[in-house]
Design a protein around this ligand. Structure first.
Ligand code: 26V
Length: 849
């Protein structure tokens, strides 16, 4: 262990922890200290120490934040010693490591999972009881770390947990946004965004490491010169520089003493920058410039899949890529000097979508301009180091930056991109001589009125591996979007089906079910999810079914309480809880779900609902602030909900809830309580989905299309235990030609009645026209998402659901079989797949204390 000048209790000092980071002088070896005790007494003592001394508190109240903060620090101390040992082991062994680069890590809360992974839940529970507090209330004091939009960001967070649990030496790099995903309020049924100032009370898990700060350049221009050896070289001059300061967050593995690092970069103005202006006598300008620099990490972009092209977003991407690569190279050079011949054997960079793909030219730049490699040496290193994961098939979500923006912001990188493209185009020309159309199709630069850099193509050209996130998605990439590239480099393309961590998404969020499962089959499933298969033999066991239903019922009560608190709507827990929570997007078809709700409403009103089980349809999710149609869909849901929920005839038979401010913590309450999981995207549009896996794991049945990982979920659980409907990818494409929703509606009396209710203004009596765009989209022959095409199939499948739910023994059997079949959908399996095929890491071996 090294001396940490600032390593006193709870300091946010600049000790050397995480991976590497020695200053100049050799450290003094710190004397071996005994490990911190994991007992109730020791924890209580430390909590009170922080509470009294660090926060200056004397009286414990249920509502105050300081017990949470104090507990988090006491737990962080226990993580710290394991963290130092993990970092030392990784450094000592000098084996292959992965850097996972992502603009998003949707962490949610950290305390509960830290306690679970350290096996401290019992001791801390007792400690809180002794203070007269309930641990659940303490958990509730923690603000979600909402540093992501949705699936892609939450996936990265699940990867952290699984990599640490599998002992994989993976360091993850991201951005420490001051404001995470916006908070959603509803005003008159409409979404209103509020800033998420999640750092306001402080974030007790992070440790600032100022001595590892990196300088990031923007602007200026590139300049040719001849070096001492007579070689033509380039340098990037006249730049505006910003400092990237890392904050490290510990990532504990499950009961294995491993603690990996999540390194989040924060932008700070450089001193030189300020001084220059200051000396020129313009203090105000200097402060303004400081603001501009620090804006880079101010806010998470909330526009997944829409509104691309903001310059600040490109700044964020480059800031992350450059800081992370410089950090890796600093650490490399400390050990290996400037010999990069083994770099690609010992390091791998996994790009989470194209968001950090500017890392490809940035690594080239650092190797060429800073370390003097030749082009071909640098390219060999870069293209053997990078690996790229694609997360979307939607053309509008494929990133492209204008060449002009690149030239202004990152001139030296544009040079390098153009040169990469020149080499690449030659490769294409050699393989397909004379095929200029193909060259234009594949070029990294898209020609047209404004030239664009196609980031996905840059990522593919610069990587040795390209993967999709579900089998269907990976096939569609190879056959569609990236077809030319798959033809050129078939060996690069592979699939890695997503997963979720069962530690958060079953063990922590559903203690009732976790206990029941463990009683039956032991606790091996926490690190080997396939063991859930051992539940299958009990699926028909009446006694076990009874207990299974009891757990579900208890979870439904917990959710109903929360829904009553935040919406005022009271739900009866005998109702079928029919849940769709995810980002609001046309392709996910929340609209189709509401059409079904209106159909049920209509059936009950016309006296045709006596056969139906009572149902609560729960929808939650955020719309991108600039995505007008998604926002209108939220308004639409709320208007329909207002009518349904106030109609006495619907009482106890049908309810529609819009769950406000859906986030990770909300899902922890929601997924254990769901009976039915809605996965109803237009086939070919949802890359994978991961909510589908959380619901399945917690015993919900799925109603879904053949899209994303639904296909594999259905395969795993068996067609009989999955409610399938809708057109396939091929059928969707075939049905586009001559698509005529009005004819479909006319031929379906249920559908006609639904449309009549909508079109006569039944759900917007005092707001004429407000729902028109949404309603019109159903009738539009240009509806890309083909909502009308799947209406009949969806309603029929929902009728099968209703019938199945009435047979409670059979429903419970299917519910148990869903959990029993969820084994494949652990991120432990996903990470093993990445490791076996792409990363090839050996597990960390901790040394003795
Ligand atoms: C795009 C943009 C563009 C503008 C600025 C902000 C921003 C943020 C995110 C994105 C792309 C999001 C892509 C995404 O989230 N894909 C989801 O990835 C999940 C994990 O693989 C997968 O389960 C979902 O099906 C897929 O939609």
């Amino acid at each position: 262990m090294e001396v940490q000048p600032d390593a006193a209790h709870g300091s946010n000092g600049s000790g050397s922890n995480g991976s590497g980071g020695k200053g100049g002088s050799p450290g003094i070896e710190l004397l071996e200290t005994p490990p911190l005790e994991m007992t109730t007494d020791a924890l209580l003592r430390d909590v009170m120490h922080y509470f009294g001394h660090s926060f200056g508190q004397r009286v414990i109240n249920t509502g105050e934040p300081f017990i949470y903060q104090s507990l988090a620090l006491a737990v962080r101390d226990r993580l710290s010693e394991r963290w130092t040992r993990t970092s030392a082991a990784v450094e000592r062994d000098d084996r292959r490591q992965v850097a996972y680069l992502s603009l998003e890590f949707l962490l949610g809360r950290l305390l509960r999972n830290a306690l679970l992974n350290l096996d401290l839940q019992g001791a801390v529970n007792d400690a809180m009881e002794r203070l007269g507090l309930n641990l659940e209330d303490v958990y509730d004091r923690e603000h979600d770390a909402g540093l992501g939009n949705g699936g892609l960001g939450r996936l990265a967070a699940c990867f952290l947990d699984s990599c640490a649990t599998l002992r994989l030496p993976v360091i993850s790099y991201g951005i420490r946004y001051q404001y995470g995903m916006f908070r959603q309020r509803l005003e008159n049924g409409q979404q209103v965004e509020a800033p998420d100032s999640w750092l306001l009370d402080g974030f007790p898990w992070e440790i600032k490491r100022l001595q590892l700060a990196q300088t990031i350049r923007f602007g200026g221009h590139s300049e040719a010169y001849t070096d001492g050896a007579g070689h033509a070289r380039y340098r990037w001059v006249n730049t505006h520089d910003v400092l990237a300061v890392p904050f490290d967050v510990p990532v504990p593995g499950y009961r294995n003493d491993i603690v990996n690092t999540l390194r989040l970069w924060s932008a700070v103005a450089t001193d030189e920058f300020d001084l220059e202006e200051f000396n020129a006598g313009s203090y105000a300008d200097a402060v303004a410039a400081k603001n501009a620099a620090e804006n880079i990490t101010m806010v998470l972009y909330p526009n997944a899949e829409t509104e691309n092209g903001q310059e600040l977003r490109l700044r964020q991407q480059y800031f992350l890529a450059s800081a992370s690569l410089q950090d890796m190279l600093r650490e490399w050079v400390e050990r290996h000097g400037d010999d990069f011949s083994e770099f690609a054997d010992k390091r791998c960079v996994q790009l989470n979508d194209t968001h950090p793909a500017v890392a490809v030219p940035e690594l080239m730049r650092l190797l060429l301009d800073h370390y003097g490699l030749t082009w071909s040496e640098a390219w060999t290193v870069t293209s053997r180091t990078m690996a790229y994961t694609n997360h979307t098939l939607l053309p509008e979500a494929l990133e492209a930056w204008s060449v002009d923006m690149f030239r202004n912001l990152l001139p030296r990188l544009l040079d390098i991109i153009l040169e990469i493209n020149a080499h690449f185009i030659k490769t294409v020309g050699d393989r397909w001589p004379g095929d200029s159309e193909r060259v234009a199709r594949m070029s990294i630069i898209e020609e047209g009125p404004t030239q664009m850099v196609r980031m996905a193509y840059l990522a593919i050209v610069g990587s040795f591996s390209v993967n999709g996130v579900a089998e269907l998605h990976s096939r569609l990439l190879r056959e569609g979007l990236f077809r030319d590239f798959a033809e050129l480099w078939p060996h690069k393309f592979n699939n890695k089906t997503n997963g979720v961590t069962q530690r958060r998404w079953l063990a922590a969020c559903n203690p009732g079910l976790a206990t029941l499962v463990t009683e039956k089959i032991g606790d091996g499933w926490t690190t080997d999810l396939e063991q859930l298969a051992a539940l299958a033999p009990y699926a028909g066991d009446t006694e076990f079914q009874k207990r299974w239903r009891h757990v579900k019922y208890t979870n439904k009560k917990r959710l109903a309480r929360q829904i009553a608190r935040c919406t005022g709507i009271s739900l009866d827990c005998g109702m079928l809880f029919d849940v769709q929570v995810k980002r609001i997007h046309e392709y996910k078809r929340q609209l189709l779900n509401v059409l079904h709700a209106v159909h049920l409403y209509d059936r009950i009103r016309r006296g045709d609902g006596d056969e139906l089980p009572p149902r609560a349809i729960i929808i939650g999710g955020k719309a991108a602030p600039g995505y007008a149609m998604a926002k209108s869909i939220i308004k639409f849901i709320n208007n329909v909900a207002a009518v349904i929920n106030t109609d006495p005839a619907m009482q106890g038979r049908l309810a529609l809830v819009f769950y406000p401010d859906y986030n990770v913590s909300a899902m922890e309450l929601i997924c254990p309580a769901a009976d039915l999981s809605e996965q109803i995207s237009t086939a070919g549009k949802e890359a994978s989905g991961t909510g589908n896996m959380k619901f399945m794991m917690n015993g919900a049945l799925t109603i879904g299309t053949l899209d994303g990982a639904n296909v594999e979920i259905r395969e795993a659980v068996g067609a009989d235990n999955f409610f399938l409907f809708g057109l396939t990818v091929e059928e969707i494409e075939a049905a586009r030609d001559g698509y005529d929703p009005t004819a479909i509606i006319a031929h379906d009396s249920d559908f006609s009645r639904v449309m009549k209710l909508l079109e006569c203004g039944h759900f917007n009596r005092f707001e004429p026209g407000i729902l028109d765009p949404v309603i019109a989209s159903v009738r539009s022959p240009h509806d890309v998402w083909m909502t009308a095409a799947d209406f009949r199939g969806f309603v029929d499948a929902q009728n099968r659901v209703a019938e199945a739910y009435m047979d409670s023994a059979n429903w419970t059997r299917m519910s148990i079989l869903n959990t029993a079949s969820a084994g494949r959908f652990s991120t432990d399996r996903t990470m093993r797949d990445y490791n076996n095929d792409i990363w090839k890491l050996e597990p960390i071996e901790l040394g003795g204390r």
